[in-house]
Write a protein that binds this ligand. Structure first.
Ligand code: NI
Length: 207
């Protein structure tokens, strides 16, 4: 009987190992390997996808407009009192650290507050951080679709004064490859140096 028990344990171990190998092969955490500080996304979860928005000049823009370059995507809103300006300044600093390599990256800020962030407002805002930063807005439906593709949570925080409401929103920075697929994910609090290093590692892998 003891023999049978060990055989049973052995079979369970084999199944677990095989399961693990299949999981890794199917994407798992391996494919999105994470440069130095990038985060992983659980296997099977797709992040990013097509979007159809409007730039600061009021012209239509889609994800395909940036194909062939990396996209560094961040969702937020211009009235954000703290997190968004901090993160956008960090992105601007990372672009400076990247030097010439920054030409291969389109840094994109997508509003989650299209009602106040008109093309003009978002264009004026992104310029404050870096003239290369591309501000995108759209109809509420267009923004909702883009946020859904990137799995961004956002919601209007309750406020009595409707003109000064705040938005809750998730705060990740997405590095999308030249093929439009997720290359790396950076969490809030990443330093400019860490972001620049993470981007550079992905640029090196793609050239
Ligand atoms: Ni914010």
């Amino acid at each position: 009987m003891r023999m049978l028990r060990w055989i049973a344990y052995g079979l369970v171990a084999v199944v677990l190992v095989a399961w693990g190998l299949i999981w890794v092969q199917q994407g798992g955490l391996g494919r999105l390997d994470t440069a130095s500080v990038g985060m992983s996304v659980p296997g099977g979860v797709s992040v990013g996808g097509p979007f159809s928005l409007v730039d600061s000049a009021g012209k239509p823009v889609t994800d395909a407009s940036f194909r062939g370059r990396f996209m560094l995507v961040y969702f937020g809103y211009t009235f954000c009192p703290d997190v968004c300006p901090t993160e956008l300044q960090m992105v601007a600093n990372a672009l400076a650290l990247l030097g010439k390599d920054a030409d291969r990256v389109a840094p994109i800020f997508i509003t989650v507050d299209p009602e106040r962030d008109t093309p003009e407002v978002i264009g004026g805002y992104t310029k404050l951080f870096d003239p290369r930063l591309i501000g995108l807005t759209g109809t509420p439906a267009q923004i909702a679709a883009a946020a859904k593709a990137y799995r961004v949570y956002y919601a209007r925080a309750t406020s009595k004064d409707s003109a000064t409401y705040l938005m809750d929103h998730s705060s990740f920075i997405y590095l999308m490859g030249p093929d439009g697929k997720l290359s790396a994910l950076f969490k809030q609090g990443t330093t400019a140096q860490e972001l620049a290093d993470g981007i550079r590692a992905k640029l090196a892998g793609a050239s």
